[in-house]
Design a protein around this ligand. Structure first.
Ligand code: ADP
Ligand code: ADP
Length: 237
């Protein structure tokens, strides 16, 4: 479970990113966060795995405070959280397989990732992850030779190889065409259902949110202005 208690974030220049956010997200939920550009979606996701520090309040992941953790404790909490970005964030000049193996944070050094020397068990875990998103046949191709949709599936596989129990996806389909968008969202949904991975996805299209979310959270100017089922979100319109 992910719990946010009175979470606020003000940037050093005075811009309010988040304002008094209180949320409980249960294991296995598929939450879509919607809101206009600048609403605070990215700040919210980045706060959950502490890519960004909050100004006040507390965030707990399975009962452990990530806001006050440091060192090995912070690393161990983060190990449960897979991050997916709009721009994929793959290591371009190495293979798909090495990228997926790099998801096993803390298991391997960057050098190992670059030279591709990994224990056999890890390679098997990575190949299984690629199979789950249907691109195992691309394992030995350089990451930058794949299409955008394929690259995004590699980043999903990377989160799976990490054995993440939570996936945070920050505008994962913003740079993809409509068909590829559906494929990537389908993958995220399937993984959420098959592996019970708690999934939080930032989107700026409400239509897409309705098709995939079990719960929609609306943000405006850093505040939660809607939190409910897809059904309720549809009724509001
Ligand atoms: P969204 O993801 O919904 O587009 P963001 O979380 O990126 O929104 O941004 C929320 C608000 O915080 C916006 O007003 C944005 O300009 C501001 N913001 C984001 N990062 C910074 C930063 N590093 N410094 C100052 N303001 C920021
Ligand atoms: P992301 O979507 O990954 O949060 P952004 O594109 O919003 O990144 O921002 C890129 C960089 O600019 C980040 O370092 C962010 O913190 C910073 N930034 C975003 N909005 C503002 C802002 N209004 N003022 C100052 N810095 C900002």
């Amino acid at each position: 479970m992910i719990e946010l208690r009175q979470v606020s974030k003000t940037f050093p220049n005075g811009t309010v990113g988040l304002k008094d956010i209180n949320l409980n997200i249960q294991t296995g939920e598929f939450v879509v966060i919607v809101g206009l550009s600048g609403a605070g979606k990215s700040t919210l996701l980045r706060s959950i795995n502490r890519l960004s520090d909050v100004t006040s309040g507390d965030i707990q992941i399975d009962g452990q405070s990530i806001t006050s953790a440091s060192g090995s404790k912070l690393r161990s909490i983060r190990r449960n959280i897979g991050m997916i970005f709009q721009s994929f964030n793959l290591i371009k000049r190495t293979t798909v397989l090495n990228n997926v193996l790099s998801g096993r944070v803390g298991y391997h050094s960057t050098l190992r990732t670059l030279f591709g020397s990994f224990p056999k068990r890890d390679v098997e875990i990575a190949l299984t992850a690629l199979e789950r998103v249907n691109i195992r046949e691309k394992a030995y191709i350089r990451a930058d030779q794949l299409s955008g949709g394929q690259q995004q599936r590699v980043s999903i596989a990377r989160a799976l190889a990490q054995e993440a129990t939570i996936i945070l996806a920050d505008e994962p389909v913003a740079s993809l065409d409509p068909l590829t968008t559906r494929q990537v969202m389908d993958d995220l949904q399937r993984i959420n259902r098959e592996l019970n991975i708690t999934t939080i996805v930032n989107l700026h299209f409400i239509d897409l949110a309705r098709d995939y979310a079990t719960r929609i959270i609306g943000l405006r100017a850093g505040e939660v202005v809607f939190d409910g089922s897809v059904h309720e979100a549809t009724d509001e319109k």
